[in-house]
Write a protein that binds this ligand. Sequence first.
Ligand code: PLP
Length: 494
Amino acid sequence: MCKTCEQGGCATSNSDKPDPTIGFARDANTIGDAALAAVFWWAMAIDTDAARRAAFVPGAGSAPFAIERADGAYLITPDGRRILDAAGGAIVVNIGHGRREVAEVAARALEQLTYVVPTFATEAKTRLVERLTERWLPRGLTRASFTSGGSESVEAAIRLARLHHVSAGRPARWKVIGRELSYHGITLAALAVGGHAPRRKDYEPLLIAFPKAPAHYCLECSLGRHSDGCRERAADRLEEVILREGPDSVAAFIAEPVVGSAAGALVPPDGYWPRVAEICRKYGVLLIADEVMCGFGRTGEKFAVDHWGVVPDIMVAGKGLAGGYAPIGGVYATDDVVAPIAERGEDLMFYTFTAHPAACAVADKVLEIMEREDLVARAKAMGDVLSKRLSRLANHPNVAEVRGLGLMQAVEIVRDRDSLERFPGEERITRRIVAAGLGKGVFFYPAGSSPAQDVIMLGPPFIITEDEIEQLVMVLEESIDAAVSRGSAPAQSK
Ligand code: PLP
């Protein structure tokens, strides 16, 4: 008898271990205007013509920045210049660049098995699912399915939530409540549940009007900045939205436990996630945590929800899963979410590259390295160092806030820290800072969307040293000063 479905004759009925994949598809800011960077002496030395010709949308005046290889915490240009990767790419790289043992695993995996339909079992997929469910995922998340990245994972999570309710006889539940100031990916449903205005703007007619709950953006909160009891009240806004929409029409609520590129390392007040989980439970709404950026140790715990002891019904996490060594993301769920789907004999349709064998093998190796080198603890320790060093920017006249958790930190830039007056968009202050940083040999991640429009994010590999942290903070300060001194003066001088 299968312990998972409590029926005989299914794929796991001969095994003692439940198959975590049953009923679950049966498978276990760009830099953009890099032309700004080209004003710097060293960027001029790089021949980017070939890259420009290969760009999907050429002619936008951008000169792609050429990187030939990477090593540890550094990106290396074709002419040998080393750039400290203070962003881990797009907050992806956790174990550092250029680990030979990972490359060897990838080579072996490709020799062994090119590709099979995702419904087949492979050794790599099984090992990865076991590692995740036994050692990584919050207890209770027993099911795993894989994708090629974050947006696909979010789409799959939305489909999973919908399929759960339909299978359980609740077809009226279809709305997925998102939050303002959020980013869940660039595919259409992911954009629709997200609240990233600049990335949505040209596609609005194509986006389903999913309801949005307010974000916990303390700088501009109608409840006042860090006011007493604001954590409960911020979460209670979700309840208001559920009641307004009608609970029987709501399938799920999706949010980033620590908000990434839309707002820049926005950390919720302590009671927020437990209260949100309580509200979702009360109305039968599935809680989806998007840990694509903040998961896999980035915030100093395995997953950001672990800071608050919350187990979501569904979780998506991608970037850090393979630390940039393979394009792979994942969707994880509880037995309760999957059970009605399995009982109905349905599957969640897979993507062609779901659970690609080499990607699974690489992810498994990356997680093994994280365990062996205790890198989640290191992310916490180095995160403390980073946040301490960054605190010297807290009184900078153009810094509204320094925030973050672990090695996911951000600095929000404004024209005036007291009035929170923003720089006009056309001044592209974030990009100027990134360009200035590149000129000084450090790569920062540009982030932000209105109202948190200018944010520099820091998400270096977990192997970063204290000296490198010191260097990146120094360069960040100089880069802000350089960019701001070229920007316009405040509307009213104080
Ligand atoms: N969700 C979050 C929180 C993200 O930060 C991102 C990407 O930055 C995504 C989803 C989309 O992931 P991808 O770009 O891999 O599709």
